[in-house]
Design a protein around this ligand. Structure first.
Ligand SMILES: Nc1ncnc2c1ncn2[C@@H]1O[C@H](COP(=O)(O)OP(=O)(O)OP(=O)(O)O)[C@@H](O)[C@H]1O
Length: 253
């Protein structure tokens, strides 16, 4: 039997019947969701719907009480710790940017590339040709090539978010989890971020949580609306935003 035949699913990410309770409160309730390789999915839903908890489950921060969570059709993420899951190629960007403000943009990317190296490795490490090529590509993707020698602390809020996305890309993940990337951005930055994610999606699978519906519409991808820890609606932005239950619990507030 070859490797393909042993895959439980063609999905890159597969959640089935997942439950999580915190002191008896069901934060995630029979959640099932799949992301195909190369897909970008937008996740919407009211506060407390379980969006962050779902990302916590995928990255191993929270362990489900029940259910299946498979990466790449074969790897059971519920059995792995956060470090191992990151090593598998699942990168997460939190809402608040956490760049190293007193370092240059280029050094931030180098530090991100170098996260797995030992202290000794960090002291004596010189970037290889392929690593410096990767940094160049990332700088271009996040549109910060000309600003590479500026201190990260001098960037606008939007640029800091892009740098942090670049720091994830430097680690070459297969799946990017991006939490509210456009919160606090100007309209222009929001538009540029949609363009940026679309470009990254040409060769990475992305799950993006966002409340900004203009941004979600601009992404033009399949949308999943979560509510009370499970999927309330799934489909195009038009299908989801005209769903009566979605209007009732989220959009119509
Ligand atoms: N560690 C925890 N202990 C207890 N309750 C928790 C914990 N983490 C999350 N919850 C609860 O689980 C529910 C889901 O929370 P979660 O943060 O996943 O929602 P969310 O959809 O990300 O919301 P938001 O849009 O506000 O970020 C909420 O009611 C929250 O209070």
């Amino acid at each position: 039997m070859n490797a393909m035949e042993t895959r439980a699913t063609s999905a890159l990410l597969y959640l089935d019947g997942v439950h999580v309770s915190f002191d008896g409160f069901h934060a995630i309730n029979n959640l099932s969701l799949t992301l195909e390789p190369g897909e970008m999915r937008a996740i919407i839903g009211p506060n407390g719907a379980g969006k962050t908890t779902m990302m916590d489950i995928i990255t191993g921060k929270t362990k489900p009480d029940e259910g299946e969570v498979l990466f790449d059709g074969v790897t059971d993420l519920t059995r792995l710790d956060e470090t191992r899951i990151a090593e598998l190629g699942i990168g997460r960007k939190f809402q608040k940017p956490t760049v190293f403000e007193s370092q240059t943009i280029q050094d931030n990317l180098l530090l991100a590339l170098n996260v797995d190296h030992s202290v000794k490795g960090t002291l004596f490490w010189r970037e290889t040709r392929s690593e410096s090529e990767r940094i160049e590509r990332v700088l271009e993707t996040i549109r910060l090539t000309d600003a590479r020698n500026r201190l990260a602390g001098s960037l606008s809020h939007g640029q800091k978010q892009w740098l942090e996305i670049g720091m994830l890309l430097a680690q070459d993940p297969k799946l990017l989890l991006v939490d509210e990337p456009v919160a606090g951005m100007t309209d222009v930055e929001t538009h540029q971020t949609a363009e940026l994610l679309k470009e990254i999606n040409k060769d990475k699978t992305i799950m993006v949580v966002e409340h900004d519906m203009t941004f979600v519409r601009e992404l033009g991808v399949k949308v999943t609306c979560l509510h009370e820890g499970s999927v309330l609606a799934e489909g195009t932005i038009d299908q989801v935003s005209s769903n009566e239950r979605v209007i009732e619990v989220y959009l119509g507030r």
